[in-house]
Design a protein around this ligand. Structure first.
Ligand code: SF4
Length: 424
């Protein structure tokens, strides 16, 4: 029976596929792992170690029951992912994990598993030599530093010995630092890109080629500027795969593009080289003052220009908004409604989300604003007509839970660049 289990879920699938590729490429035999989305299979196998990866929003689901059942059976539980990084003490003390992985996981996970195998799957002082862990040793909290993997493309996105694929992470890090977003604080502010030949090599395994990146049009760029030649080189290199029958989806699920990168030249590339005729952008607010307050670094006019270009070039715009932003006034909400109406009247789609104060972000201690009656009615009416998608309704309750969690268990988050600036 395998002694180590990987608790895959729908939400951590992509992350674990990449991590398994990294583990294997460093010489770890994946045959030693039980990799499954079936929790009962893990229970039956009675592994010594179980690997988890999850977001804060998931801690109120079945996770706690799973932890309890595994602890009763004496398993050592390892948590990675955004929650463990932003709230390691909560992960250990409250959720009950034994080890939190802090930072980019490719190397630390390999070192952790090989060390645990040697030390009988126990927490020992040897773990203190591995950068990227938090745990308790003899009652003392030990944090060994934030794990960084500068050249993440040293590791393949997929393993060879198990048949698992996912959209490929082609870019890591984001320079924009939006105050509600965890990405730059966990992956860094500098964009790093997987080389084209590697993307092509592994894209051959996908039928529909899809990619993970914070801003698909920024491929090849340090982040804030467009590098059209690099973007074109990537898209061109994927064309032989399209000719073999694969479809290329770029700038749409599971990634998106920033509005100011939507230009005739980027859209022309998609027309020539990609199959999607939908493009997702984040507008977030219809009020320039709110965009400034959340450090979005673009204005409403960039969103309008992007939508107009998309329509001109035959793309369906899918535009994300966040409602209930900290210090958002009724007037700000009215401006968002106006922009949503304008987008829908032009033929675009709107997705509405309620503000969630995520740990590890500058806005983690900010309070959401209540929705004005006008906003509630508008969203309700549009949703009933099928014109607005998004789960803002469910997110209101989730947002409250996040606020309570942070009020009760606030801890300074571990972050890629040291301290996360607190805005509230
Ligand atoms: S929301 Fe997008 S652009 Fe802003 S910091 Fe996050 S990944 Fe970057």
């Amino acid at each position: 029976m395998p002694e180590i289990a990987v608790r895959m879920t729908k939400r951590n699938h992509n992350a674990f596929v990449h991590l398994l590729g990294a583990l294997e490429s460093q010489g770890f035999d994946l045959g030693e792992l039980l990799i499954t989305k079936d929790f009962n299979e893990i229970l039956r196998a009675k592994p010594k170690v179980v690997l988890y990866s999850f977001f804060t929003e998931e801690i109120w689901g079945s996770l706690r029951d799973e932890i309890r059942l595994l602890k009763e059976r004496g398993a050592l539980l390892v948590a990675g992912g955004y929650h463990a990084i932003a709230m390691p003490k909560h992960t250990l003390n409250v959720l009950g994990f034994d080890i939190a992985v802090i930072g980019e996981g490719e190397e630390v996970l390999y070192q952790l598993l090989t060390t645990l195998k040697k030390t009988g799957y126990r927490i020992t002082k040897e773990l203190a030599n591995i950068t990227g862990l938090a745990f308790y040793l003899n009652g003392d909290f030990v944090f060994t530093g934030f794990a960084k993997v500068e050249n993440f493309w040293r590791f393949p996105p997929y393993p060879e010995s198990v048949r698992l694929i996912s959209p490929i992470e082609i870019t890591r890090g984001c320079p924009f630092g939006c105050y509600y977003c965890q990405t730059p604080y966990i992956k860094g502010f500098r964009m790093r890109h997987r080389p084209i030949d590697q993307i092509v090599k592994y894209s051959k395994r996908m039928k529909d080629m899809r990619y993970i990146t914070p801003n698909a049009f920024a491929y090849g760029s340090p982040g804030a500027i467009l590098k059209l030649d690099k973007l074109e080189a990537l898209l061109k290199a994927l064309q032989p795969l399209r000719k073999e029958g694969r479809r290329l989806f770029y700038g749409t699920f599971p990634s998106e593009v920033r509005p100011e990168f939507v230009l005739p030249e980027t859209l022309e590339l998609l027309i020539d080289y990609a199959d999607n005729r939908r493009l997702a952008i984040g507008a977030q607010s219809g009020d320039d003052a709110m965009l400034k307050a959340m450090h979005r670094l673009h204005r409403v006019e960039h969103v309008q220009r992007a939508v107009e270009y998309m329509l001109e070039y035959g793309f369906e715009p899918v535009v994300d908004f966040i409602v209930g932003l900290p210090n958002e006034t009724r007037e700000s909400q009215r401006k968002s409604i106006e922009l949503m109406k304008w987008i829908m009247a032009k033929g675009g789609k709107v997705r509405a989300h309620y503000f969630m104060p995520l740990p590890g972000t500058p806005w983690s201690r900010c309070r959401p604003s209540p929705l004005s009656d006008e906003m509630k009615k508008f969203l309700g009416r549009m949703a009933a007509k099928g014109k607005i998608e998004g789960s803002w309704g469910k997110q209101i309750e989730l947002s409250r839970r996040l606020q309570r969690l942070i009020e009760e268990f606030y801890e300074e988050p571990m972050a890629y660049h040291g301290r996360v600036r607190e805005v509230c």
